[in-house]
Design a protein around this ligand. Sequence first.
Ligand code: CDP
Length: 220
Amino acid sequence: MKAVAIDGPAGAGKSTIAKQAAERLGYIYVDTGALYRAIGLYVSQRGADPAGEEEVAPLLKDIRLELVLTEEGQRVLLNGEDVSRRIRTPEAALNASRVAALPAVRAFLLELQRGIAERSPVVMDGRDIGTVVLPEAEVKIFLTAAPEERARRRLLEHQQRGEQADYQTLLEEIKARDHADSTRAIAPLRQAEDAVLLDTTHLTPEEAIQAVLNLVKRGG
Ligand code: CDP
């Protein structure tokens, strides 16, 4: 299967690296975290508890998600509305992590993600792409970096968007989310046995992109 699966914790550089690698390979980039974030947003807008399966499950049938490529880059549409910016807040990240622990949500997105990968070659990033979503991917990468470096990168992202953010708070959020993502019962964050570990703590984005492209060239 012509697919590159990139998994790893928050802030390891997945989206930057996956996006660039996809562009250079001519594959479609699929940011699966954005899908979980959009569901978290929808659920909280409807006043439901993002951690409550019986409240969230009935809402899923009302959700239509699309990833569209525009001149401004990839946008996430939730029932036709562009929510790309609104899903990037720390609260949205937390809600994403909560809905992501629900089996109904994971089943719903599994179908959507596999459907996209069947139609086109993809670089897909997330937490369980190599382990659950695309076990047949040609290349699997587990992208990681030290928590302190990941928090520093998140801080830069916020600053570039002109938002206030505090390093210590971001570091704590990252550690809390790592813990929640790795210890949940369903599809926890873990390295697939056949995935290549890529630690980006001391790599520039370009070096990390090259490492990914080399793996694809070699066929994993
Ligand atoms: O960008 P960042 O790494 O902060 O997070 P993200 O990739 O946007 O994902 C947000 C949350 O969605 C994560 O903390 C996970 O709990 C969840 N997620 C998941 O469970 N499985 C995926 N394939 C992607 C995201």
